[in-house]
Design a binder for this molecule. Structure first.
Ligand SMILES: Cc1cc2nc3c(=O)[nH]c(=O)nc-3n(C[C@H](O)[C@H](O)[C@H](O)COP(=O)(O)O)c2cc1C
Length: 227
């Protein structure tokens, strides 16, 4: 049976860390639709590489308008870096590098090279100055097109950047989608799950991986063809 859930936060829902439901809507922990994890890489004011592990964002756009849409906290270094330099790279790490990915958060300081310090490798970009991460099998170099606060007084800020250049490792160039997803080993941010009717919660976030990719149309292709 389906329950109808009001958007008003229930009183029985208790934060397991202070400010949790200020930074993230409590509904994020009810809905729990996972987003892929990626890096936004930028340059700090002193030129050092900066890495922001991110999951509120995606790739969109038609024809030559392929774009990166990202949501950033307005107290992050990346927010300042993009406003200053108007560019970034989106880099998709694999599960095998998850420890280094999370190290970039622990080693988040104003002036250091976060990519190298976390055990990853800086890779030179082609069309922007923001660094790429060599271990990421796919990187997209982006230039800022527009930005705005999510809402007035929101601490979340949206940025859209046009993709100028793509770097892709040969290992993921396989046409078979099942095989390609297996090689990419994308990670998904699965928020700590909460029971909407009781407030019972699991605790920490978890990391998701694609465990099933089905080739439903096979070689016959999409019913409307071309897909
Ligand atoms: C799985 C995961 C997803 C995250 N998603 C975002 C996000 O979408 N936007 C954001 O601003 N921070 C996000 N963060 C937090 C940033 O990674 C973290 O605050 C980082 O240290 C900010 O780096 P910066 O200050 O160098 O930009 C996420 C962290 C984790 C672990």
């Amino acid at each position: 049976m389906k329950q109808e859930i009001s958007i008003i936060q229930p009183e029985y829902l208790v934060e397991d860390w202070p400010g949790k439901y200020d930074v993230f809507s409590w509904l994020e922990y009810i809905v729990t639709v996972p987003n892929p994890i990626f890096f936004i890489t930028t340059r700090k004011a002193n030129g050092a590489p900066n890495a922001n592990l991110n999951s509120w964002g995606f790739l969109i756009g038609e024809r030559d308008n392929y774009s990166s849409l990202i949501a950033l906290l307005d107290n992050s270094h990346t927010y300042q870096n993009i406003l200053r330099e108007r560019e970034w790279c989106v880099c998709f790490p694999s599960f095998q590098n998850y420890r280094q990915c999370f190290e970039t958060i622990r080693l988040n300081a104003p002036d250091n090279d976060e990519i190298t310090d976390a055990g990853l490798t800086v890779e030179l970009p082609k069309s922007v100055q923001a660094p790429r991460i060599a271990e990421c099998l796919i990187s997209l170099e982006c230039r800022l097109e527009w930005h705005r606060a999510l809402y007035e007084n929101s601490r979340w800020h949206l940025f859209v950047g046009r993709v100028l250049h793509v770097a892709m490792d040969e290992s993921v160039m396989v046409p078979d989608p099942v095989e390609r997803m297996r090689i990419m080993e994308l990670m998904y941010n699965i928020r700590s799950t909460v029971h909407p009717m009781t407030g019972e919660q699991y605790g920490p976030n978890t990391l998701g991986l694609l465990s099933r990719v089905e080739d439903i149309f096979g070689k016959q292709g999409h019913p409307k063809a071309g897909g």
